[in-house]
Design a binder for this molecule. Structure first.
Ligand SMILES: [Zn+2]
Length: 404
């Protein structure tokens, strides 16, 4: 009898606790994903986000000179100033900018301003490769400051003037950052991931800047409804248009033929080529074929060991072509490179992904042009939409250029 009463009581308490429980990490309140252990509720949804929390120590104003070898364009400067203004006023911003328009550069001044104020600053992106690439770039820009990267398996150091990290790792920082610049909000795994979104808001103790080349309607509407600021930048930073993809359509043999000819032409012009493939197995098999025909190639995908050194060697021109999955869709910037997407009609390629991939070509100021070739069995709506969206951005750019 006594035992029964105790059970009922503990059940009542348990229900009551679960119903009012809100996960401190991801904000989850759904009772179906809350468990009970040793008399305490716990969240099953974010169970993989466990680790030491970063202690909130006071920070002090610091100088943060920006070291950039080129000037921002007038349009970039305007946006950059607007971001500083918004941050001062406590307004969140969404930057909607085409690939290669220099989103990172636009955010430098507001990062500098926040570090100057002694605020804690993070630059978050969904993917690890991009974190590594971005950290290297930001280290060269903020030469007097500490810039670190934090991602899965790399978190010995967690405090710095500027923390560059994957959106996953934000869970370590509770109500910590006064400024978070969050790039590529439309990329996997952040996109449509409620846990990551909650973790992002939980790590924020101030204001944020979202950046994207292809923001979803949902994000744009959210910003509009909340009266937050949407800034857009259509020009690539060097003022040249985005390369418009060329379609090469045919059956299997002719697709290989197009690939062979396109790659041969790129290499003959002494340029480098990214060859995008939809899957890991296609990446490996296509590399095997191409390596029999062309020298100095390599391949990368998310499961490849040592992929960062392969990417580094590609950048140093050790490799002339790199067969890759969409692991390199964003963030990797290499001069004098052209882009081939093999089997671009595969269903993994939506419009946003294709626009991002096309944006890998011609990204450098002294090499603004580049070829982008989509090779497929048929033209998909996504391929058409991607091309239309690039043409539209280019038109917006033309309209902005002064006329004689
Ligand atoms: Zn949770």
């Amino acid at each position: 009898m006594c035992l029964l009463t105790t059970n009922i009581k503990s059940k009542e308490r348990r229900c009551c606790n679960i119903e009012t429980y809100k996960c401190p990490i991801c904000g989850n309140t759904d009772i179906h994903s809350i468990g009970y252990l040793n008399g305490k509720p716990y969240c099953r949804r974010c169970i993989s986000f466990r680790g030491e929390e970063v202690e909130h120590k006071p920070s002090y104003p610091k100088k943060a000179p920006i070291h950039l070898e080129y000037e921002l364009s007038p349009e970039q400067k305007e946006l950059s100033n607007k971001l500083v203004e918004n941050y001062k006023k406590g307004i969140d911003s969404l930057v909607f900018a085409v690939c290669g328009s220099g989103k990172t550069e636009i955010s430098l001044n507001v990062i500098k301003y926040a570090i100057n104020c002694g605020d804690k600053v993070a630059f978050a992106v969904p993917r690890r490769d991009v974190v590594i690439e971005l950290t290297n770039r930001l280290k060269e820009i903020f030469i007097k400051n500490t810039v670190i990267s934090v991602y899965g398996g790399h978190h010995d150091e967690v405090e710095a003037d500027l923390v560059v990290l994957t959106t996953h790792q934000l869970y370590r920082y509770k109500k910590y950052f006064a400024l978070i610049v969050l790039d590529e909000i439309d990329a996997f795994p952040f996109k449509d991931n409620e846990v990551l979104k909650n973790i992002f808001f939980n790590s924020l103790n101030g204001h944020y800047i979202l950046m994207s080349a292809t923001p979803s309607e949902e994000v744009i509407n959210l910003f509009k409804q909340a009266g937050k600021d949407i800034l857009s930048l259509n020009t690539r930073f060097h003022g040249h248009p985005l390369p418009v993809p060329i379609f090469k359509i045919g059956h299997l043999i002719s697709r290989y033929y197009h690939l062979y000819i396109t790659l041969k032409n790129i290499l003959r012009r002494n340029r480098q080529a990214f060859v995008f493939t939809p899957t890991i197995s296609e990446c490996e098999s296509l590399y095997k074929i191409l390596s029999m025909l062309f020298k100095h190639g390599n391949y990368v995908h998310s499961k490849r060991d040592g992929r960062n050194s392969v990417i580094h060697e590609f950048r140093c021109k050790t490799w002339k072509f790199l067969v890759t999955t969409s692991v390199l869709e964003r963030g990797v910037t290499i001069k004098e490179s052209d882009v081939i997407v093999f089997n671009s009609d595969n269903k993994i390629y939506d419009k946003g992904t294709l626009v991002q991939i096309a944006g890998r070509a011609g990204r450098k100021i002294d090499d603004p042009h580049g070829d982008v070739v989509f090779i497929a069995k048929k033209i998909t709506k996504e391929m058409e939409d991607a091309r239309a969206s690039i043409i539209k951005s280019n038109k917006a750019l033309q309209d902005m250029l002064p006329r004689d």
